[in-house]
Structure formats: C-alpha cells, structure tokens
Design a protein around this ligand. Structure first.
Ligand code: SF4
Length: 307
C-alpha cells in the first residue's frame, strides 16, 4: 500500500494492519516534503506495530546527462549565448533531490496543465522499484487511500481496477467520510500528522503546484523556510532554462512587469499577494483555477482537499 503521511493513507495502513495479513507500505519521497511528514512516515511502524514504511525516490541521473548533452549540442545552434549554455550544463549534475533534479532536467517546474511530477516522482518509482519486482513473484494488490467525497474526480474512480503495471488497485475506504478517517486514528490511538493541527488541510508537496491561495498563505506564515527553498530552486531552474525564466507557479504575467509579457511572478511576489489580496486580479484568476488538490494520480498518491 502507498503511504503519503496524510490521514487517508494512514487510515488504510491501519486497516491493512487490522487484516492481520503481511503487507508492504511504500512512500515516494518527492524531495518537496515537509520534515514533519518525513518524520511521521518514518515512525509510523514504531507507533502502530505495523511494517516499516519503505521509501522510494526517483533518480534523474540519466535524464540530466541526456539533457546536458542535448543543450551543449543544440543551444549554440539556436543562438543561446555561450555563458548561459556553460552555466546550464554545469548545473546538470544530479543534486539528489528528486523534485529539483526533475525540474533541472526539464528546464521548468511542473504545473496544473503539465503535471509530470506525479508520474515521474511517485508513480514510476513505486511501479519500477516495488510493484514490478513484486509482480515477478505473483499477483499484486495495491491498497489506495482514496475517498469518493474528496473530489468529483475521485468519486468517479472505481473501487477496483487493473493498473497498467499489471497490479490490481483497490480503494478500501472509498465510501468512508472524513469522520470515519479520524475515528480510525482514534481507534488505534494514533496521532495524525501534526501538520493538520498546525492548520494545513492537505499533506503532500509543500507547496503543491496545484495549491490555492489560502494554502500558499498558510505555508508562508507557518513554514517560511519552504518558501525560501522554492525561491532558491527558482533561481537554479531559471539558470538552466533556455528562456532564462522559470517560476514555481506559471501565474499570468506579473502586472508590475506589464511591459514584459512573458515575465511570470516568482514565489515571493505571490506570497506577498496572498497576504494582501490587493492589486493583481490576474493572480486571483490564476489561483481561482487551481484545483487545490494534490496529485491526480489514479494511485491516489497524495491526498486532495486543500482549502
Ligand atoms: S503533490 Fe502536487 S507538486 Fe507534488 S507530485 Fe503531486 S501534483 Fe506534483
């Protein structure tokens, strides 16, 4: 079963424990997680008596090398100045943070419209590192913590279905409501991920590319270090992008840079706006269209339900 550190996958972990049957629990560390989630997942077995959660991480060493070779070969032909090409090539060394390495290899951040992070950071590592090898030994049933009342999209998913990895997906808490999820925690005397008590409505990437205005404001108020981290990542991904521009959120053109129509606001500008809501109607339009949920993966690898 997949564990995200959120309430729903934890409820499923506890359900699997109640079954009395052996199972494996897997967490895909994106590199964009809150430290409280990492600690919660790492200690889940000790707090419940269940199996230790195994962590998988995507490795982009090969993609970085391929993209470095591509840009050294092609960018000069496209008139990109040599200093930019050389700096971008230097930055194609794997850092070991899956989220950042992925963004460097793509020269951009993922977005609602190009949500390659879910597949690259979660689905592929879990499938190749865990499900694939297990399938060699026999059939695999994946227990997924998805509930119908999380979103309209999730309500349309079936309780059982065949996954392209050859495994079968089962959503055992599909009909549960949120009260049942918390009751499951209480029944096992398990404290939920502390991020909920700190006001977060969703556990997963911090922030998620789909997050809404209120969630961004909450992260900035409570966990400013994570905003600092994204700010530093924006500088790195900008340096490796052909256009020399990369922002975590592809919000519409920054109104303070109206003379430069392809200039998107960096995260600090959006955080400032998220506190004041003054000026920047365009930012509001962008964030109104954000889903607010985490991954849309059919594997339910990150919970939805942001405010
Ligand atoms: S939680 Fe959001 S940012 Fe993280 S992998 Fe899923 S969609 Fe991407």
């Amino acid at each position: 079963m997949s564990v995200s550190g959120g309430k729903d996958s934890t409820a499923v972990y506890l359900l699997a424990l109640e079954s009395g049957r052996p199972f494996r629990a897997v967490f895909a560390d994106t590199g964009n997680e809150h430290e409280a989630t990492l600690e919660y997942v790492a200690r889940l077995h000790a707090r419940t008596g269940g199996p230790k959660v195994e962590t998988v991480r995507a490795d982009f060493t090969r993609q970085l090398a391929q993209h470095r070779a591509y840009l050294l070969r092609e960018w000069p032909k496209q008139g990109i100045p040599d200093a930019i090409v050389q700096r971008a090539a230097e930055l194609h060394e794997p850092i070991g943070n899956p989220f950042l390495d992925l963004c460097i290899s793509r020269g951009r951040f993922p977005s609602r419209m190009a949500q390659f992070c879910t597949e690259e950071l979660k689905e592929i590592p879990i499938t190749t590192q865990v499900v694939g090898p297990m399938r060699q030994a026999g059939p695999v049933l994946q227990w997924i913590g998805v509930r119908a009342d999380e979103s309209r999209n999730r309500a349309l998913q079936p309780r059982y279905h065949r996954h392209e990895s050859g495994s079968t997906i089962w959503r055992p808490i599909f009909r549960w409501n949120i009260d049942a999820v918390w009751a499951q925690h209480r029944k096992h005397r398990l404290r939920p991920n502390p991020l909920y008590a700190q006001g977060m409505s969703r556990v997963g990437c911090m922030p998620c590319v789909n997050c809404r205005k209120s969630e961004l404001r909450g992260i900035a108020q409570r966990f400013p270090d994570h905003i600092d981290r994204i700010d530093a990542w924006e500088a790195i991904v900008t340096a490796v992008s052909k256009r020399q521009s990369a922002t975590f959120f592809p919000a519409v053109t920054d109104p303070t840079h109206a003379d430069r129509p392809t200039t998107y606001p960096r995260i600090r500008t959006l955080v400032e706006w998220s506190h004041t809501s003054r000026g920047g109607r365009q930012f509001a339009l962008f964030f109104d269209q954000q889903s607010g949920s985490g991954c849309s993966s059919e594997l339910g690898l990150c919970e939805g339900g942001a405010a």
